[in-house]
Design a protein around this ligand. Structure first.
Ligand code: PLP
Length: 446
């Protein structure tokens, strides 16, 4: 069944005005991939064809699409309170949602600062880290340490600590005083590993070298994704995050986990911090908190960091930071309904239970033409395809396009690497369906 002619049937007047982000605009507009409706595990094209969602939209829709309780909560909220100013005023659900998120977070990660996206969540964490050191009289701690192949959003802060060449190279010097740890991927030692690879924990010790180079007194924070997602799914080597935590503790450096994609069940736990038994000083979250329905992000902060700000005259603002749409009523309503759904349907546990079947099915693609490596952890899978000679990224693009139009599967392509991150409501039968479709598509672009 070809879906190729869907778009012609209901073409919008003009595709030119919308400049799409992180998109090959000219190629897209020649053959658009449009969706107009969604339900549970599927998107639907303008022509009514079902597309199985292998990506949870974009690592967002963990509860599946258009779930009735979430839709109803948003409707109700829109009819009751459209907007409440988040500076000096508030609405009750903001507090309820913050408490619910703090309950889900491990250890004394007890306080939640709301914003609207992962990028803002990261910038918020970086700013809190700098301010925290400052108010404690350690204002020389200004350096921020990211990691190669990390993605932390598109703001200047996140781009600076991020480690993706194409995201950085056209944008000048970015933030100064930033350094990067090496990434943790090594195909020779790690290829076709299920879960966390055995090799690579020692790479955390590179932080010691950064301390030796800059001195601990200049280092504010280290930020990493517990599992790097956007550059192609890099699960942390066993013991790596523990070692990073220990070195940060040794030198008084804050550790920030960017859990924008790992939060809310993706790795079988509320947060990856729980899976790995490592408590960071801050967690940046977004996406899954509302299952993608209304934009929302936030930063969860350990009690001691929050409390350090709560001093001085009580009428004075403690942190000069925030956003007009922080804790927006629609986002809070969506967030509360989403967390209820995660709890009632035990979706985090479900992800954990499905992980072995998911991993086995993914590894079933080993040996297909052009498949160089497969990585799986939680309900995530990254597949490296061999690049076409002199045309890096083309095979990945062709696969994504073909999977959508011909096979009815949504998959993300990052260059020649594919990322699969389905909603957590996926059935075992749908695991089979996803990898059957993918197999066909991989063979077709071989
Ligand atoms: C780890 C991580 N951090 C931050 C972001 C940025 O989030 P947003 O696009 O909501 O700003 C993303 C987005 O994919 C992400 O994967």
């Amino acid at each position: 069944m070809s879906l190729a002619h869907d778009f012609d049937a209901v073409a919008p007047n003009d595709l030119a005005a919308y400049w799409m982000g992180f998109t090959a605009n000219r190629a897209f507009k020649k053959r658009p991939r449009l969706v107009v409706r969604a339900k549970d595990m599927h998107y639907f094209t303008p022509g009514g064809h079902a597309v199985l969602d292998g990506a949870a939209g974009m690592w967002c829709c963990n509860a599946g699409h258009n779930r009735d309780p979430i839709v109803e909560a948003i409707r109700r909220q829109a009819g009751e309170l459209d907007y409440a100013p988040p500076f000096q005023f508030a609405h009750p659900q903001a507090f309820t949602l913050a408490s619910r998120i703090a309950e889900l977070a491990p250890g004394d990660l007890d306080h939640v600062f709301f914003c609207n996206s992962g990028s803002e969540a990261v910038d918020t964490a970086l700013k809190i880290a700098l301010a925290f050191h400052n108010i404690r009289g350690e204002g020389s701690r200004t350096r921020l340490i990211g990691r190669e192949r990390g993605y932390h959003g598109a703001g200047f802060g996140g781009t600076s600590v991020g480690g993706i060449l194409n995201n950085r190279r056209l944008f000048g010097t970015l933030l100064t005083g930033v350094d990067h740890l090496p990434h943790t991927y090594n195909r020779e030692h790690q290829a076709f590993t299920k879960g966390e690879p055995e090799w690579g924990a020692h790479l955390a010790d590179e932080l010691e070298k950064i301390v030796a180079l800059h001195d601990a007194s200049t280092l504010a924070a280290v930020i990493v994704e517990p599992m790097a997602g956007s550059t192609g799914v890099l699960p942390p080597p066993k013991g790596y995050l523990q070692r990073l935590r220990a070195i940060c503790d040794k030198y008084g450096i804050l550790l920030i986990f960017d859990e924008v994609i790992t939060g809310f069940g993706r790795l079988g736990h509320a947060f990856a911090a729980e899976r790995y038994g490592v408590i960071p000083d801050m967690i940046a979250f977004a996406k899954g908190v509302t299952s993608g329905t209304v934009p929302m992000g936030g930063t969860i902060v350990r009690k001691a960091i929050h409390d350090a700000f709560m001093r001085g005259p009580e009428h004075v603002i403690e942190l000069f930071h925030g956003y007009t749409y922080s804790a927006h009523p629609l986002a809070c309503a969506a967030g509360l309904a989403t967390l209820d759904l995660y709890r009632d349907e035990k979706l985090f546990e479900r992800a954990k239970k499905l992980e072995p079947a998911w991993a086995d099915a993914a590894m079933g693609l080993k040996g297909l033409p052009g498949v160089l490596d497969i990585r799986v952890v939680g309900l995530v899978c990254g597949i490296d395809l061999a690049a076409r000679p002199d045309a890096g990224g083309r095979r990945g693009y062709e696969l994504m396009e073909r999977a959508f139009h011909e096979d009815g599967l949504m998959v993300r392509a990052i260059g020649d690497t594919l990322a699969l991150t389905p909603p957590l409501i996926m059935t075992e039968a749908q695991i089979g369906e996803i990898f059957d479709k993918l197999k066909r598509a991989i063979q077709a672009v071989a």
